[in-house]
Design a protein around this ligand. Structure first.
Ligand code: PEP
Ligand code: MN
Length: 353
C-alpha cells in the first residue's frame, strides 16, 4: 500500500518536472529568437557573430548568479550549449552536426590523440591505428606534410600520407588529425580529414589562420591549435581568436612545450609549459590539450608528463608513437612503442574525468 502511495507521489513530482522542462525549452526558444536579432544586427554592421569575450562575460555572470548552487563547470557547459546553438541555427549544414559531435568528443575529458609523428607507410599507420583503437583511443594523428627544421629531413608522404591516414582512421573507426602547412594542401584535402592541426610554427601565421577560419566556418570542422614555441599565452589566445572570428567555435588548444634557456644544456627538446594549463583553463572555455612528446622530446618522460598534465586539468593529451621507434623517419626519440602507448592510453582513458 505504502509503495502505491509513493508511486502516486512520484507521478505527481514527475508532472512538475515535465512542466519545468517544457518551460526550459520555451525559454531557450525565446532566447534564440532574441539572439537572432542580435546576429542580424551584427551581420548588418559587419561585426563577427562569435565574440569570445562576450561569451566569457556571460558565463562569468551566470556563475556569479548561481553563487555556488550549481558548479561552474556545469554553468559553463550549459551556457556553451545555448550560446552556440543559437548561432548554428542560422547556418543549417549537414556537416555541422557531425563536426559538433566530433568536437564534443574531443572536448570530453580525458581525450587521447595519438599516432606517429609522420605517416611513413601503410603497415606503420595501420599497426598504430590497430593498437591505439584497441586501447580505446578515438583520435589518430599522423603527419603527411611535416614542418621539418632541415630541408634534408623526411618531409612526409604528402598526398599519399593523407590517403593512408584516412584509410587507417576509417578502418578502425577513428577520427583523423593532421597538420597542413600550406593553403593548397587544405584545398586538396579539406574533406579528407576530420580535425585540422595547426602546428607550433604556423600559429603566428595570421594569413594562414584567416584562411582556415574562413574555410572552416562553413562546417565548423574542429581545429587543434598548437602553441607557438616562442609565443606568449596572450598571443596563443589571439591566434585562437583569429580562427574563431568567422564563426567556427570548435577550436581546441594544445600546449607542446616552449623554448627557454633550458635548451642550452638540457636533453629536453622544450620546456614543458605545464602551468599554462591552469592559466588557459582559467581564461578560456576551449579544451586544452598537452603534448608531452614535443614538450620533452624524450619517450621516457612522456607517461609522467601526460599524467601531470591531466592532474593539472588538461582536457586531453596528444602523443606520438611508432611500431619501431628506433626506425622512425621523424621524432623517433620521443615516440612510445605501441605497447607503451596502449598502456598509457588505457590508464588515461580509465582515469576519472
Ligand atoms: C606535430 O605535432 O607533428 C608537430 C610538428 O608538433 P609542433 O607543431 O608542436 O612542433
Ligand atoms: Mn613530431
Amino acid at each position: 500500500m505504502e509503495g502505491e502511495g509513493n508511486g502516486k507521489s512520484i507521478e505527481k513530482l514527475r508532472v512538475d518536472i515535465d512542466s519545468i522542462d517544457y518551460k526550459i525549452i520555451d525559454l531557450l526558444l525565446k532566447r534564440n529568437e532574441i539572439a537572432h536579432k542580435v546576429i542580424k544586427l551584427k551581420a548588418a554592421s559587419g561585426a563577427p557573430v562569435f565574440d569570445e569575450e562576450r561569451e566569457r562575460l556571460i558565463i562569468e555572470k551566470l556563475s556569479r548568479y548561481a553563487g555556488g548552487r550549481l558548479s561552474n563547470d556545469f554553468i559553463e557547459k550549459l551556457a556553451r550549449v545555448f550560446l552556440w546553438e543559437s548561432k548554428s541555427i542560422e547556418r543549417p549544414n549537414s556537416f555541422r552536426r557531425r563536426n559538433d559531435k566530433i568536437f564534443s568528443l574531443l572536448a570530453t575529458r580525458p581525450a587521447v590523440i595519438a599516432g606517429p609523428c609522420a605517416v611513413e607507410s601503410e603497415e606503420q599507420i595501420m599497426a598504430a591505428a590497430a593498437a591505439l583503437s584497441a586501447a580505446g583511443v578515438k583520435f589518430l594523428r599522423g603527419g603527411a606534410f611535416k614542418p621539418r627544421t632541415s630541408p634534408d629531413s623526411f618531409q612526409g608522404l604528402g598526398d599519399e600520407g593523407i590517403r593512408l591516414l584516412k584509410a587507417a582512421a576509417a578502418k578502425y573507426g577513428m577520427f583523423s588529425v593532421t597538420e597542413f602547412l600550406e593553403i593548397n594542401e587544405i584545398e586538396r584535402h579539406y574533406d579528407n580529414v576530420d580535425i585540422i592541426q595547426i602546428g607550433s610554427r604556423n600559429m603566428t601565421s595570421s594569413g594562414f589562420l584567416k584562411y582556415i577560419a574562413k574555410i572552416s566556418s562553413q562546417d565548423c570542422k574542429p581545429i587543434i591549435l598548437k602553441r607557438g614555441f616562442g609565443s606568449t599565452i596572450k598571443e596563443f589566445l589571439l591566434a585562437r581568436d583569429y580562427l574563431a572570428r568567422d564563426g567556427n567555435p570548435n577550436i581546441a588548444l594544445c600546449l607542446r612545450g616552449i623554448r627557454t634557456f633550458e635548451q642550452i644544456e638540457s636533453s629536453m627538446r622544450n620546456t614543458a609549459d605545464l602551468a599554462a594549463i591552469l592559466e588557459l583553463k582559467s581564461l578560456t572555455g576551449s579544451p586544452v590539450f598537452f603534448d608531452p612528446s614535443h614538450s620533452a622530446g624524450r619517450a621516457d618522460f612522456v607517461p609522467q608528463l601526460a599524467e601531470a598534465a591531466l592532474a593539472l586539468g588538461a582536457d586531453g593529451i596528444m602523443f606520438e608513437c611508432h611500431p619501431a621507434p628506433e626506425k622512425a623517419l621523424c621524432d623517433g626519440g620521443q615516440c612510445l612503442t605501441l605497447v607503451a602507448s596502449a598502456e598509457l592510453s588505457k590508464k588515461v582513458l580509465s582515469s576519472k574525468p
